[in-house]
Design a protein around this ligand. Sequence first.
Ligand code: ATP
Length: 441
Amino acid sequence: MSESNLKDMSELVSLCKRRGFIFQSSEVYGGLQSCWDYGPLGIELKNNVKNSWWKAMTYREDVVGIDASIFMHPTVWKASGHVDGFNDPMIDCKNCKERYREDQIDTAKPCQKCGEKDSFTEARDFNLMFKTRMGPVEDSSSDVYLRPETAQGIFVNFLNVQSTMRKKLPFGISQIGKAFRNEITPGNFIFRTREFEQMEMQYFVKPGTQKEAMEEWKEIRWKWHLDNGLRSDMLRWEPHGPDDLAHYADAAIDIEYKFPHGWGEIEGIHSRTDFDLTQHQQFSGKKLEYVDQADNNKRYIPYVVETSVGCDRSLLAILCDAYRIENEGDKEKERVVLKFHPKLAPIKVAVLPLVKKEVLDAPARKLFSDLQQDYKAEYDVSGSIGKRYRRQDEIGTPFCITYDFDSLEDDSVTIRSRDTMAQERIAIDQVKNYLLNKLKF
Ligand code: ATP
C-alpha cells in the first residue's frame, strides 16, 4: 500500500475545517488574522494532547501542577525582563509597507511581497506583549499585560508550592495555559498565532546540577513526542549557539518538527539559571531562597531547567504527522487517513448500523450508549458503509463497529481497524474487552 505525507499546509487547513477540527476565528465577519477556533473534534484532540502531557509531566513524585492567573502584577514583567527586552526587530518595506521580522528574512534580497530592492527601513524594537487596563481607572497605574509565557506564574509561586507541598530539590512545577504575543508575522495555520497555549515545566535544582537535569529532561521530552506517535525522522535537535541564547539562559536546545513549510521549533528546553528567582527576589524584596536541609541548611536560590512546548504547535505537528494519503491517484483505493496514536484520536470508536433500518437502529444505539460511558464515540447512519468508513478514517477514528442483520442472530459485530482495514467478527459482550486491550496506554 503506497502512502504519501502532507505536502501542503492548505490541504490540512481544509480538512480541519471540513471535519470540524479547526475554524477561522470570527469567520462570519471575514475572520481575524491568525486567530483560530477549535471545533468539536479539535478540542477533543487538544484535550488529549494536554492529558498526554499532564500525565507525563505531573504523574511523578518530583513534579506537581498549578494553574496561575493570566494577569499578573505588572512588576513581574519588569523583573523578568519582558518590559524592556521582549522585543523582535521589526522592519518595513518602504514601497508596499509590508512588515517583517528582520531575523526571519534575508534583508539583502528584494521585498518578498512587491519585489522592490533596497526598500527596507532600519530595524526597530517591537515589544511583543499585549497591554490592557485593569479596572475602571484610565491611567497608566492600571496597566497590565496578557502574559507572554506561563513560566512567570510558576516562578512567583515557587515558595508557595515548595512549602505547602513540602518539596525537596530537585522538584518541578508544571502548568498548561494561554500565552499571548503580538507577533509581527503570525502564520502557517496554528504554528505562529498571537494567542496560544503553552505547556511548561520549571524544574528547580541545586546550582551546579543543572547540566545533568537538562540531559534527563531532554531525553524525557524527546520520548514524549515519540510516544505521541511522531516519527523520529520528522524530529531533530536544534541547539542554540552562544549568540542566540536568551539573556537568562546558560544552555538551550529546541526540538524541531519537519512541517510542510520547513523545520520549526515545537519545544524549547532551557537552562534558565537562577535569573528569574533572583530578579523576583530583588524586585519584590521577598526572599525566594531554598533552605537545603540535606546540605547543612545552606540557603540558596535554585537553578531552573525549563521544558516549554506549545500545545497548538505540538498539535499541529501531530496532525501533520498523522496525515497520510494511501494509494494516491487510484480512484478506487485512495483514502485520506489521520493515523493518530489511538490515545490522541478525538473519537475512539464509531458505531455504524449497516443500513438505516429501525430493526438495526435500536440494538446498535444500545451498544453505542454502552461504549460512550468509557469512550468518546460516534454514531453514524448516513451514507453507504464505505463512505462512513472513509469519513472515520479522515478524522482518525481507530475502530469502527458495524452492526448488521447477522448481529440480530449471532449477537456479534464486525470491528474494522483504521490502519490495517482488517475486519474481525466479535461477540458484542466482548467488544468492551477488545477495546480495552487495544486502547490501553
Ligand atoms: P519562536 O522562535 O518560534 O518565536 P520562541 O523561541 O520565542 O519561538 P519560546 O519562548 O521558547 O518560543 O516558547 C516555547 C514554545 O511555545 C515554542 O516552542 C512554541 O511551541 C510555543 N510558541 C511560542 N510562540 C508561539 C506562537 N506565537 N504561536 C504558537 N506557539 C508558540
